[in-house]
Design a protein around this ligand. Structure first.
Ligand SMILES: Cc1ncc(COP(=O)(O)O)c(C=O)c1O
Length: 419
């Protein structure tokens, strides 16, 4: 096994950066420092080329035609599914292509939730969830009479495991939980949570939108029932994501949407369904972007997910060290970089985060400010918004230094805290 130092020496961030055309851009007269990766990632030449190649050489509809282009397009689309599935330790039949993580969670809510939840059933969520793992369950709760129960997080930004144990004593039907928080950076112990939830008969859905791009994920090892993620946060184009579901569940679940492709036979009165996963892919799918998703997975695997995780941990540790040393800044989430993924949310004590983002933009530095689709977390932190710098495989330690140094501009414009 490679040591951390060996991986560090082998990790060629400049070679990686050369694959990303957008990183050559200047913004407002400065080299772009892109630290908004939790919102969406940039795309390497290899992914852009895969899209262009598909449209220039192979473009055709899938699963329908008998001509050469249709067969090639089908082969490329299904091979992308196989790559995405392998990347998370799953069989291709267990992976449904969706638009994004949000659609994957809605698919489970409507297809599994409506068929399996009834009045009084409990759904356990956490206060760390992104809106995409809250709102679908609120809608389903309204339709079925099921009840939502929220597990809080500790002041350090970790899941309150005692509160989770208490929630599980009520024997919920579903536990829907985020793998990595997009605000706190917390990596939740999803294997342990899945084991505990299964012990009381609950199904487990994991929102992996911030996990799959940044660390090795194996859904078989986790043992969860459903796992949702988005391509665009992991080098793939926008408009493509995936749902993993255990095979038996996909077989049992009714379709989410009806239309072409997802049927076996249609009569005047009824229809029967195609095999999984096609049963859940009504209409012409997003063929080109699925192929781009496959190319993104190839790229990530070539660099290595463990190497990416270690690189991001070095960046996170440095950002935490520098930000925590500033007495006018509050940092949110676990202090230990080992317990988080590559992002840091913070606030100046005296400046609104929108102003911070604007000042940094003038220096070509892209961070995000807002509630990050996590208004429940904001309420718990007693803020309306935070600033967030989020990292990826192509960011450098120098960029972390540029970002932290540029925070001095905020003090120049808005004055010093207490001054
Ligand atoms: C933790 C988490 N879950 C879900 C989502 C939703 O992803 P998408 O908008 O791609 O569906 C995001 C996006 O920011 C996220 O960070």
């Amino acid at each position: 096994m490679m040591t951390s130092l060996q991986t560090q020496l082998k990790y060629d961030v400049e070679a990686i950066r050369a694959d990303f055309p957008i990183l050559q851009r200047r913004v407002n007269g400065h080299p772009l420092v892109y630290l908004d990766n939790a919102a969406t990632s940039q795309k390497p030449r290899q992914v852009i080329d895969a899209l262009v190649h598909y449209y220039e050489f192979t473009n055709a509809n899938v699963h329908r035609g008998l001509h050469t282009l249709a067969e090639e397009a089908t082969e490329a689309y299904e091979s992308a599914r196989a790559k995405v599935a392998r990347f998370i330790g799953a069989e291709p039949e267990s992976v449904v292509f969706t638009r994004n993580a949000t659609e994957a969670i809605n698919l489970v809510a409507y297809a599994w939730g409506l068929a399996n939840l009834k009045s009084g059933d409990r759904i356990v969520l956490t206060e760390m969830e992104h809106h995409s793992n809250i709102v679908p369950w609120q809608l389903i709760a309204r339709l079925t009479g099921a009840q939502l129960h929220y597990v809080p997080f500790t002041p350090e930004g970790e899941m309150d495991m005692e509160a989770l144990d208490n929630a599980l004593r009520q024997e919920p039907k579903l536990v829907a939980i985020v793998h990595v928080s997009n605000v706190l950076g917390t990596v939740n112990p999803v294997e342990e949570i899945t084991r505990k939830a299964h012990a009381v008969g609950a199904k487990v859905l994991i929102d992996g939108a911030q996990a799959v791009p940044h660390k090795p994920v194996d859904v078989t090892r986790i043992g969860c029932d459903f796992y949702a993620f988005s391509g665009h946060k992991m080098l793939a184009p926008t408009g493509i994501g995936a749902l993993y579901a255990r095979r038996e569940l996909l077989e049992e679940m009714p379709p989410f949407m009806g239309g072409g492709s997802m049927i076996r036979r249609v009569t005047h009165e009824f229809s029967t369904w195609a095999d999984i996963p096609t049963k859940f892919e009504a209409g012409t799918p997003n063929i080109a972007d699925a192929i781009g998703f496959g190319a993104a997975v190839d790229y990530l695997q070539h660099v290595g997910m463990e190497a990416i995780r270690q690189h991001e941990q070095r960046l996170t540790a440095e950002a935490l060290r520098l930000l925590e040393a500033e007495e006018d800044i509050v940092v949110y989430g676990p202090r230990d970089p080992q317990r988080r993924c590559g992002l840091v949310s913070f606030n100046f004590k005296h400046v609104h985060p929108h102003d911070v983002a604007q000042v940094l933009d003038a220096r070509g530095i892209a961070i995000r400010a807002g509630h990050h689709c996590c208004q429940i977390i904001m309420r718990r932190l007693d803020v309306t918004a935070t600033a967030r710098a989020s990292f990826y495989l192509y960011n450098t330690i120098e960029e972390i230094h540029t970002f932290v140094e540029a925070l001095d501009d905020v003090r120049k414009v808005f004055g010093k805290y207490g001054g």
